[in-house]
Design a protein around this ligand. Structure first.
Ligand code: PLP
Length: 387
């Protein structure tokens, strides 16, 4: 197996021979980044006031096709407030995939709610609606149009589909299941800017959704996130909560509830404006990169490139290999690739295995268990796919 993976590493490095080490995902700054940031420095508007936050919010809203966007400090904060304004309350249960980044679980905990883990579909790597339906039939009952977990007695308030590596969940089916059981949908679209389900942008299906613009995401604001919703009242409430719940007044400091200082600084939003201007270039590069990886990998047995589900157009944020663990030892594969200068990472440790969530309720997680040993991400920066 060593020779095969050394060969693969060499071919991946050849995508960009002049670079020593190929990171998983590097940002690209070739547009107006410097210009907009310099303007912030020159005018002094670097922090919580300035025109770029509004501008970034409206550019995103237009690109995504959603009524309102509220820019915040990071994706985790976006998810926290998205859940809160969607109606998640302390002691509720919130259904999330176990195979996700820890932030999805943390945000549920910040609301005082309990994450409840479900399994993924091998077609999307996100929540499997069929399995969810069967599971809810077994464990839940309806009371006053609310979904109650028969075993814990708690309200199952929301389901959070996460679009893994940019590949959309089967949203029609998921929405149907959630509506049948009276459960709210809040999307974790942190990884899926530029990804569409049946022609509609991810993050526009849930009551509220969250996005991230961390340094490794498809566009970055340094650190940042956004809350998306078509509900104008919820958007206004999200804005209020993320800006310390201050009552609008020229000089008085009056706050009508415990708010959060989650506002995105102007200087970060300036970076975001320059980045979103280039999003289509990034998406084209990432799609080219899929073909390049196909060419590299087609002849190896037991290694498959994960491709977008038929109903979706994925942003291919992180290129994903499904490695047959009967043929290859994934730990060895990771060590070979990294030693050869090709950064490679396994998928996240499933959340139900993490200490803070060890007591959380969970469904059968057989697909999660199967896939956690098979998935690796390989270098995916936009420049690798530039023609
Ligand atoms: C990146 C990410 C987040 C959180 O975003 P931050 O900006 O890093 O706080 C949440 N969920 C998923 C699935 C992510 O990949």
């Amino acid at each position: 197996m060593n020779t095969e993976w050394i060969e693969i590493a060499r071919k991946i490095k050849n995508l960009y021979p002049s670079k020593g080490f190929l990171p998983l995902h590097e940002p690209t700054f070739v547009g107006n980044e410097l210009k907009y940031i310099s303007e912030c420095l020159e005018t002094g508007w670097v922090s919580s006031v300035g025109k770029y936050v509004d501008k970034f919010e409206s550019m995103l809203a237009e690109y995504i096709g959603v009524k309102r966007v509220v820019a915040v400090v990071n994706g985790t904060a976006a998810l926290h407030i998205a859940l809160k304004v969607a109606g998640v309350q302390p002691n509720d249960e919130v259904i999330i995939p176990s195979l996700t980044f820890v932030a999805t679980g943390n945000a549920v905990s910040y609301c005082g709610a309990v994450p409840h883990f479900v399994d993924i579909s091998q077609k999307t790597l996100g929540i499997d609606p069929t399995k969810l339906d069967q599971y809810l039939r077994e464990i839940s009952t309806q009371k006053n149009k609310q979904c109650i977990n028969k075993f814990s007695g708690k309200i199952i308030r929301a389901v959070v589909p996460m679009h893994t590596f940019g590949h959309p969940v089967d949203m029609d089916h998921l929405l149907e299941v959630c509506s049948k059981y009276n459960i709210i949908v809040v999307e974790d679209a942190a990884e899926s800017l530029g990804s569409y389900y049946k022609g509609k942008h991810t993050g526009t299906f849930g009551k509220v959704s969250a996005m991230s613009f961390n340094g490794n995401k498809i566009i970055t604001t340094g650190g940042g996130g956004a809350i998306l919703t078509n509900d104008v009242h919820l958007a206004e409430y999200a804005k209020h909560l993320t800006t310390t719940a201050k009552i609008n007044h020229a000089w008085k400091y009056e706050h009508n509830e415990v708010g959060y200082n989650y506002r995105m600084p102007n200087i970060n939003a300036a970076l975001g404006c320059a980045q979103i201007e280039r999003i289509n270039d990034y998406l084209v590069s990432k799609n080219n990169l899929v073909s390049l990886y196909k060419d590299i990998l087609y002849k190896y047995k037991g290694i498959e490139l994960f491709l977008e589900p038929p109903f979706a157009k994925s942003n291919y944020w992180l290129q994903t290999l499904i490695v047959d663990d009967r043929v290859y030892d994934i730990e060895k594969v990771l060590s070979i690739l990294n030693n050869q200068g090709v950064m490679a990472r396994p998928i996240w440790t499933p959340l139900h295995e993490l200490v803070p969530f060890s007591g959380s309720p969970k469904s059968d997680l057989s697909e999660t268990e199967k896939f956690k040993m098979k998935i690796i991400n390989v270098p995916s920066s936009p420049y690798l796919g530039e023609k």
